[in-house]
Design a protein around this ligand. Structure first.
Ligand SMILES: Nc1ncnc2c1ncn2[C@@H]1O[C@H](COP(=O)(O)OP(=O)(O)O)[C@@H](O)[C@H]1O
Ligand SMILES: [Mg+2]
Length: 282
């Protein structure tokens, strides 16, 4: 029935003494929109960075479509300093430590909390270059040369993505000249250009007003259907999260504190407490 696309098991990311992500296990199934929420500093972006090869987690593993794509256990200095759980569970495995590029090629794309576009490139070239990155995956065919036919196809697909985002009129402008909301759109277009199966969105509605946020939610639903995507998003706008996600994971201080449907999460006292900063009696 529900097929696992992304699976985290015991993922822990420790920076010196700071345990930013602590023993996080979760799943995202094919076709779902799943949200990861939690207060600032909870470890959400760090979790994304562990999935996408930006950081090598201190412990745990990440699987994509049933295959382990990231795996590690505390080594070196961390062996002594490790404060997470289940380190012994992964001692026998060989660490798997992909680069962000390799993760992209597997079919995982992301956007960033602080928009990261290629600043000196035009809107068009931002998307086209992402297409090129995706194409250069076979040592024997495309690494050194993209054929003229393939280049033409990529340019057409780039235009189609820009059309979908209403960005065609800006195609020759520098990416950074776009207003903020459109830069976010462009970042999504660029992520889609890599033909992902799983799209990770880090606060896609940051800085948007309620109307823009609602439009973004509708847009996320549209691209999910159109491109047959699975979506895992970090978001602070609760209206967006509650309306558009199938399921929600909540973390606080790096640890999973709740998971469930939007209705379950809204009624969960632990979540309310984490957000309101109320301490209980223990
Ligand atoms: N590269 C890093 N080095 C040291 N500490 C980091 C690093 N990246 C994140 N952290 C720390 O990890 C914690 C979680 O940060 P982050 O994942 O950005 O939180 P969130 O995205 O939930 O707001 C914070 O305490 C942050 O300071
Ligand atoms: Mg963050």
């Amino acid at each position: 029935m529900s097929e696992n696309v992304l699976r985290l098991e015991d993922v822990t990311m420790q920076f010196g003494g700071v345990v930013a992500v602590n023993n996080l296990s979760l799943e995202v199934n094919r076709g779902e929109i799943v949200a990861l929420i939690g207060p600032n500093g909870a470890g959400k972006t760090t979790a994304f960075n562990c999935i996408t090869g930006v950081y090598e987690p201190t412990n745990g593993q990440v699987s994509f479509e049933g295959k382990v794509i990231v795996a590690n256990h505390p080594t070196g200095k961390m062996k002594k300093n490790y404060q997470g759980l289940n380190s012994e569970k992964y001692l026998h495995i060989k660490p798997v430590d992909p680069t962000p590029d390799q993760i992209t090629k597997l079919g995982i794309a992301r956007t960033f909390q602080n928009i990261r576009l290629w600043k000196s490139m035009t809107v068009f070239d931002n998307v086209l270059t992402a297409k090129h990155m995706r194409a250069k995956q076979n040592v024997f065919t495309a690494t050194f040369r993209i054929s003229a036919a393939e280049e033409r196809r990529m340019r057409e697909e780039t235009m189609a993505l820009l059309e979908e985002q209403n960005l065609v009129q800006f195609k020759d402008d520098l990416a950074t000249s776009l207003p903020y909301g459109l830069q976010r759109r462009l970042e999504i277009a660029r992520a889609l250009a890599t033909e992902p199966k799983l799209l990770l969105l880090d606060e896609p509605a940051a800085g948007m007003n309620p109307q823009e946020t609602e439009e973004l939610g509708q847009f996320i639903m549209q691209i999910k259907e159109k491109y047959d995507l699975t979506i895992f998003m970090i978001e602070h706008h609760m209206d967006l999260v509650m309306k558009f996600s199938d399921r929600i994971y909540v973390i606080d201080f790096g640890k999973l504190i709740a998971k469930g449907t939007p209705a379950e999460i809204q009624a969960n006292p632990k979540v309310i407490e984490a957000y309101l900063g109320v301490t209980d009696d223990e």
